[in-house]
Design a protein around this ligand. Structure first.
Ligand SMILES: O=P(O)(O)O[C@@H]1C[C@H](O)[C@@H](CO)O1
Length: 287
């Protein structure tokens, strides 16, 4: 018996089968574009693209800076599918809905998920415009019981209790670091812990201080649920945060953050991110 908001295997399969009937591309890599980072999809060659509103069963994105298109294409010899726009819990979607595409990607044959996001930095050494290679995450909603894996487990997608240690593959992180060196952009590249909060409000100063004490390097409102679902079904995961603002941690600081500023920084840095993602040799497994 399924709850009303529950999604069953057939629902994912229907969407996957529809997509497979509409495109010749058979992607092995999926990319989720964060706020203002949709132009990552522009690097794909031989594109087939579908507005989310045309895809049976697909949720709709309501956030400015998320174009709501699924783009298939070739990237450096790899077949990819790219989400120009993701779904956030704060939009009112259930977590099953926010992560719906990830399971559809699994059914399409995707093996590697690349997640990107815009995030605010807590780490003192980070600068606006830096790119953080995600080495781990803290899933605050997950710790509080808001988890996309809640409900009856579908064993076809993976185990009831999936381990989450080492989810961000070290091999892919090393490939990215080496690439940044060769692109001569290492000075903008950090490695750190991403924390998901529920949003949609930005953090209070007390919350920012708490996150800082916990060892969070960057905070955002997405990504962790997608990574949990991808990991459960056996995908390799690589994640990048673009630091769009410094989170205010001092009562003397008069600065404050807003979504427009986040999108502005995303625009400035999206080219570097696009080059990094498009040049990554995902198939190189050497550590
Ligand atoms: O989709 P992401 O995580 O990149 O979006 C971030 C978090 C909020 O949705 C928004 C705040 O500006 O950007």
């Amino acid at each position: 018996m399924h709850r009303k908001d529950q999604i069953c295997h057939d629902d994912y399969q229907k969407t996957a089968s529809w997509l497979l009937s509409q495109t010749q591309h058979r992607p092995k890599v999926a990319i989720i574009c964060g706020s203002g980072l949709g132009m990552l999809a522009d690097a794909l060659k031989c594109q087939d693209s579908f507005p989310y509103s045309d895809i049976p069963g697909f949720p709709q994105s309501t956030v400015q800076g998320h174009a709501s298109r699924l783009v298939f294409g070739e990237l450096k010899g790899k077949t990819c599918v790219c989400m120009q726009g993701r779904f956030h819990m704060y939009e009112g979607h259930s977590l099953c809905k926010t992560t719906f595409p990830v399971r559809v990607f699994k059914l399409l044959g995707v093996e590697t998920l690349i997640v990107t996001n815009a995030a605010g930095s807590l780490a003192d050494s980070y600068q606006v415009g830096d790119i953080m290679i995600i080495k781990d995450h803290i899933n605050f909603p997950g710790l509080a019981g808001l988890n996309p894996l809640n409900g009856p487990n579908d064993d076809k997608f993976g185990p009831r209790f999936p381990p989450m240690s080492g989810v961000y593959g070290k091999d892919l992180q090393k490939i990215a670091f080496d690439l940044c060196k060769s692109m001569d952009v290492s000075q903008f590249v950090q490695e750190g812990v991403y924390c998901m909060v529920g949003g949609p409000n930005f953090e209070t100063i007390a919350e920012a201080r708490l996150l800082h004490r916990l060892g969070v390097d960057a905070v955002g409102m997405s990504t962790a649920p997608e990574v949990v679902v991808a990991t459960q079904c056996g995908m390799r995961v690589f994640g990048l945060s673009l630091i769009t603002n410094k989170v205010v941690k001092s009562y003397d600081d008069t600065e404050s953050v807003n979504h427009e500023a986040v999108l502005e920084v995303s625009k400035l840095r999206s080219q570097m991110l696009q080059t990094l993602v498009s040049q990554m040799d995902i198939n190189n497994n050497a550590v």
